[in-house]
Ligand binder design. Sequence first.
Ligand SMILES: [Zn+2]
Length: 222
Amino acid sequence: MWSRVRNCSGLRRPHVMRQEEAVEVLKQVGAFQTGHFVFSSGLHSSIYVEKFRILERPLYAERLCRELAERFSNEGVSCVAGPTMGGIIVAYEVARHLPGARAIFAERDGDGREFRRGFAISPGERVLVVEDVITTGGSARQVIDAVERHGGVVVGVGALVDRSGGAVSFPFRFEPIVRLSLEAYDPSQCPLCKSGVPLEHPGSSPVPHTGASPKVREAVMS
Ligand SMILES: [Zn+2]
């Protein structure tokens, strides 16, 4: 289908980022990490996709997010919404490629998510929900709920990576750039737990540092 898409100069669209190429980018930047991880969903896995290895590099984040924007360019999207933290960057970067669209984010609020910071959605507004990495789809569903509570119309869900192997679906058009099938276990079924491998909390854990004591570091930060 993309071979028919032409830009305004009438030339064939120069490039489409395919799955293999996106996976290669993820590998190059070190986004795939191995160990014994527990996700925010509670599931365990031996592989963690650290989205911030992509999101810290605007060159790559821009390419992936532009691809998402182009897939939804005919949907009349005027607002792109994502969950904190990574979804803030994804929403902003996708919106940048959808003329006139705003980028907003939903923060944790009890068991769900809510828009704060004065973010508003007009009744009937067409909203694209985006996420960085989909594991269970829980965060994206919380954003969808928040959009619908505010009267918005969800036109679809876009993600950089769906690691669920197709287990996650939404009652909307769902467009992940990369589809992976990476095992994720309920803790009671986790072979790494059975083997006694130490559990890591990826993502928000502080990076170990050497040298300065916590007190010195705190002073430097403040
Ligand atoms: Zn485990």
